[in-house]
Structure formats: structure tokens, C-alpha cells
Ligand binder design. Structure first.
Ligand SMILES: Cc1cc2nc3c(=O)[nH]c(=O)nc-3n(C[C@H](O)[C@H](O)[C@H](O)COP(=O)(O)O)c2cc1C
Length: 163
């Protein structure tokens, strides 16, 4: 299998939906770690994220049509790893990773309070790309709260940051 190498910035995407689980409507607030993401348009401002088809977060975003991209500092390495190595299907990653919810303002979703910035997005379109789906999000609100060193994934559990 080909391996895709490259050092990439890690973001945490938060998502929320009411999902039908075993015949019951369940409120789910989840977080997924992503290193496959990028800006794709100035006007309107748009941002793309690639989510594996098997991820629980995919179900949530398909249901709600919204997501929040949370930019994080290198200090959140451990939390990012936890969020990126565990599924939210049977777990509340917010409490387990000790991340704090903050209501988003333009979409029905929450942001991560510890993040240094965020993009509140509404899904404008999506494209199937092999085993991932690329969601193109129209950015409805954005803020960079502070500038700080970001977290970058080198490969697997190896991370680095900017100088
Ligand atoms: C640093 C890091 C980067 C990751 N990048 C991606 C990514 O770009 N796309 C993706 O689908 N999964 C990515 N993952 C894996 C998901 O975060 C992981 O499968 C997660 O447990 C999915 O959670 P969920 O099932 O609650 O949605 C990454 C994991 C880590 C640790």
C-alpha cells in the first residue's frame, strides 16, 4: 500500500447532530482530529476537509450539514492524539479529553474553547475521493483568537511544531 508522507497541520473538527441509534434519537457532539484539510476559495470563503468513510464523524456531518474547524496549538498534542485514536460512537470525547464546549454562533454546533481559532462552516458540497469524502464548507464565521505555535503531524504518533 502506498504511504502518503508529509508533515501536516493538525486541526480538530467538531460536529453535532441528532442521530437515530437503535431506534432512539441521540444527541451527539463529537470531535475528530484531521490533518487532511485546506482553504479552497476566497469568495466565498471556503474550507475543505477530508473525512474517512468509516468515521463516526462522517455520519454526523452528513446528518447536520455543518462542522467547525478548530485550530490548535502544539500544547494540545495529547488531546489531539486521544481524539484522533478513539471513535466517538460509544464515547464522549469532550469529557474524556477534557475539552470545553463553546456554542458556535452561526451554526448549530460547538467550538473548542481551548482552540486558538476557528471556522464555522456549512457544507456546500461534497466529493467522494476513494475511501474519504471531501466536504467543502462555506465559512460563515471565523476568528483567530491568538497566534501560537501550531501542531503538525509528521507521521503516526510523531508530531512537530513551527519555530
Ligand atoms: C494526527 C491525526 C490526524 C488525522 N487525520 C485524519 C484525516 O485527515 N481524516 C480522517 O478521516 N481521519 C484522520 N485521522 C483519524 C481520525 O481522527 C480517527 O479515525 C478518529 O478516531 C475518528 O473519530 P470518529 O470515529 O469519532 O469520527 C487522524 C488522526 C490523527 C491522530
Amino acid at each position: 500500500m502506498a504511504s502518503i508522507t508529509g508533515t501536516r497541520q493538525v486541526v480538530l473538527v467538531s460536529c453535532r447532530a441528532q442521530l437515530d441509534m437503535l431506534g432512539k434519537k441521540v444527541h451527539k457532539d463529537n470531535i475528530i482530529a484531521l490533518s487532511w484539510h485546506m482553504p479552497v476559495s476566497f469568495n466565498p470563503v471556503m474550507y475543505a476537509i477530508a473525512i474517512g468513510k468509516t468515521r463516526f464523524s462522517r455520519k454526523i456531518i452528513d446528518e447536520s450539514g455543518v462542522f467547525v474547524v478548530n485550530f490548535i496549538s502544539d500544547k494540545l498534542e495529547e488531546k489531539a492524539l486521544f481524539v484522533g485514536r478513539n471513535s466517538g460512537l460509544h464515547m464522549d470525547k469532550w469529557s474524556k479529553a477534557k475539552l470545553t464546549k463553546e456554542e458556535a454562533e452561526s451554526v448549530d454546533c460547538c467550538r473548542i474553547k481551548q482552540a486558538i481559532g476557528y471556522l464555522e462552516c456549512e457544507v456546500a458540497s461534497q466529493v467522494e475521493a476513494g475511501d474519504h469524502i471531501i466536504y467543502f464548507g462555506k465559512v460563515l464565521k471565523q476568528e483567530l483568537k491568538k497566534n501560537s505555535k501550531r501542531l503538525f503531524q509528521v507521521e503516526g504518533n510523531k508530531f512537530t511544531t513551527t519555530v
